[in-house]
Design a binder for this molecule. Structure first.
Ligand code: PLP
Length: 396
C-alpha cells in the first residue's frame, strides 16, 4: 500500500541525516543518561532570549484579552509590526524599506516556501553553493523545482566561475546563506558584488528574472570583528529572508520575514509582493504567529548574549585542535564543518557515536569527507567531549 505520493514514497526512509542523529541522541540519552552524551547534531538555540522579552511578553499578555488580541491578522502581518521590521531592515541593509516591503512569515523556512511557490514553475532550477542546508531541496521540490548544488571553493567561498557555468535557461533563483549553515562562512563584499553583477547581466537577457535569495537567520552571529554585508542595495533582484529563531532564541515561535527591494516592486507593479502575501495565506500559514510578531516588534533590535556563542566557538576550536582535526575556523553562525579524519565521513561519525558524541556526516549537506558540529551546546558538554574526539581519531 502506498499512502503518499511518488516523490515522498521514493524519499521514505531517507529522512534528513540531522533528524536521524537527533533521534539517535534521544535514544542514547534514554539509555545512558543526559550527561553521558555529547550531542552536537542540532542547531537548536539553547540560550535564554534577551531579558527584554519578559516585559514585552507581559505587555502582549495584557493585550491578548482584547477582541482580536490573538485573532487572525492581515496575511502580510500586523501593520505596525511590518513597519517595525522595515525600520530594523532599513538599518541592517542600509537602504530605506517601508512596511509594504516586508512580509511576516512562519520562520525563514516559511518565507522560502512562499517565495518558491510564487516564482517556480515545475522544472525550474534553484542554484545553491554547496555544502548547503539540505531542506532547501524540499522547499523548492514541493513546487516541482530542482535544487542544483554548485561546489564552493576549498575555503567555502563562492566559486563564481562554477556559478556562472551552472546558470541555464531553467535557472529561476540562486539561494545563498551567510553566515552559512553548515560551514560558518560569511561571504565578503567583493564576492557578493560579483554575484550580483552576474545576476544583473543574466537578467538583462531574460523575461523572467533570476532572483537572489539571501537566507540570513544567522546574521547576528559574526565573530572576530567579521560583519555580514547587506545584499539588498546590491541588486533589486535580491530578496532578504530572515528570522528571529536564532538571534532571539525563539525558534519555536516561528517568526520570520521577507524583505523586498522597493525598486523591484516599482519594476513589477507590486505583483511579487502581493503574490507572496496571497501564497502566505493559501499555503495554509494564513498569517505569521501573532504573539511572535508582537514580540519581534518590541525586541527585534536586541540579540541573545552572543558572548556565550563566542566562548563556545573558541572552546570547540580548542577541542578539535587538541584532537588533531583539520577545520577552517567558522566566521559566523554556530557550526563547524571539519574534515573527517580518515576521509570517510560516515565512518568517522560512527566512530564518534561509539564515544557517545553526535555529529552529522557532511554527505547530508552535499559534501562527503566532512562532518558538521553544532556548537549551540553548553560549554561543559563541549569540554567533556575532548577525550572522545581524540579516541575517535585514533580508532577510525
Ligand atoms: N535556513 C537555514 C540555513 C537554517 O539553518 C534554518 C534552520 O535551522 C532555516 C533556514 C529555518 O529557520 P527558521 O524557519 O526557524 O527561521
Amino acid at each position: 500500500m502506498q499512502t503518499v505520493n511518488d516523490g515522498f514514497a521514493a524519499a521514505a526512509g531517507k529522512s534528513s541525516f540531522i533528524r536521524k542523529m537527533f533521534e539517535k541522541g534521544l535514544e542514547l540519552k534514554a539509555q545512558f543518561g543526559e550527561d553521558a552524551v555529547c550531542d552536537f547534531s542540532l542547531g537548536n538555540p539553547d540560550v535564554p532570549p534577551p531579558l527584554a522579552a519578559r516585559p514585552a511578553l507581559e505587555k502582549i499578555a495584557r493585550e491578548a484579552v482584547e477582541p482580536l488580541g490573538l485573532g487572525y491578522c492581515p496575511n502580510a502581518g500586523i501593520p505596525y509590526v511590518r513597519e517595525a521590521i522595515a525600520s530594523f531592515l532599513s538599518k541592517q541593509q542600509g537602504m530605506e524599506l517601508e512596511g509594504q516591503d516586508v512580509i511576516m512569515t512562519v520562520g525563514a523556512a516559511g518565507a522560502l516556501v512562499c517565495i518558491f511557490r510564487a516564482i517556480l514553475e515545475p522544472g525550474d532550477e534553484v542554484l545553491v553553493p554547496s555544502p548547503y542546508f539540505v531542506e532547501y531541496g524540499n522547499y523548492c521540490g514541493h513546487f516541482g523545482g530542482t535544487l542544483r548544488p554548485v561546489e564552493s571553493r576549498e575555503d567555502f567561498s563562492l566559486d563564481m566561475a562554477a556559478m556562472k557555468a551552472a546558470i541555464g535557461p531553467k535557472t529561476r533563483a540562486i539561494i545563498i546563506n551567510s553566515p552559512n549553515n553548515p560551514t560558518g562562512a560569511i561571504y565578503g563584499e567583493a564576492e557578493l558584488d560579483e554575484l550580483c553583477r552576474l545576476v544583473e547581466e543574466e537578467n538583462a537577457k531574460r523575461e523572467k528574472p533570476i532572483f537572489l535569495l539571501s537566507d540570513e537567520p544567522y546574521r547576528a552571529f559574526a565573530f572576530d570583528g567579521a560583519s555580514v554585508p547587506a545584499i539588498l542595495p546590491k541588486t533589486k533582484f535580491a530578496l532578504v529572508v530572515g528570522s528571529f529563531s536564532k538571534t532571539l532564541s525563539m525558534a519555536g515561535e516561528r517568526l520570520g520575514y521577507i524583505g523586498v527591494n522597493p525598486a523591484l516592486s516599482e519594476a513589477d507593479g507590486g505583483v511579487l509582493v502581493s503574490t507572496l502575501i496571497l501564497v502566505n495565506r493559501t499555503l495554509g500559514f494564513v498569517n505569521a504567529p501573532v504573539v511572535g510578531q508582537k514580540l519581534a516588534a518590541e525586541i527585534c533590535h536586541e540579540t541573545v548574549d552572543l558572548s556565550i556563542y563566542a566562548r563556545r566557538r573558541q572552546l570547540m576550536a580548542e577541542v578539535l585542535t587538541g584532537a588533531g582535526i583539520d577545520f577552517i575556523m567558522p566566521k559566523g553562525a554556530f557550526y563547524f564543518f571539519p574534515k573527517a579524519p580518515g576521509g570517510d565521513d560516515g565512518k568517522f561519525v560512527d566512530a564518534l557515536l561509539k564515544e557517545r558524541i553526535l555529529a552529522v556526516p557532511g554527505s547530508g549537506f552535499g559534501r562527503a569527507g566532512y562532518f558538521r558540529l553544532s556548537s549551540s551546546v553548553d560549554e561543559k558538554i563541549i569540554a567533556r567531549s575532548a577525550e572522545g574526539f581524540k579516541r575517535a581519531v585514533q580508532n577510525v
